[in-house]
Design a protein around this ligand. Sequence first.
Ligand code: SF4
Ligand code: SF4
Length: 135
Amino acid sequence: MSVQISRGQVADAFVEKVESVSGQDLLACYQCGKCSAGCPMAKYMDILPNQMIRFAQLGLKDELLSSKAIWLCVSCQTCNTRCPKGVKIAEVFEAIRQVELRQRHDHLDFNALGEERLRGLPPIALIGAMRKFTS
Ligand code: SF4
Ligand code: SF4
């Protein structure tokens, strides 16, 4: 069953920030689940994409940021093409990561990987990881 949340039910600075950074209306989502059904990373996620949108609607920032899912999203945009409400879900998840990273809360400590391991990684992977996981 689809359940839509109204704006009067949510008043949260985190919700406003995510909407402002992503340019998306979070509350447009009515939880149909089509984004999760098409997500190639869903089987690895601890929270499904539609559930992450619901968490975001409710301002559950800590729960989102401590999930594996928000960092596992590869921004493939499959979900964007499937959403009947026109929510750009990938942009919402990118905004949530950005809100955290802009506070200089890196998700990955490259120094902790060690020099030998770093040297063995392809430069393109390192650059991509730096852009996604660090401020
Ligand atoms: S953008 Fe992220 S959430 Fe959307 S389908 Fe791709 S991996 Fe899944
Ligand atoms: S496809 Fe769109 S409306 Fe459906 S659950 Fe995902 S974000 Fe919400």
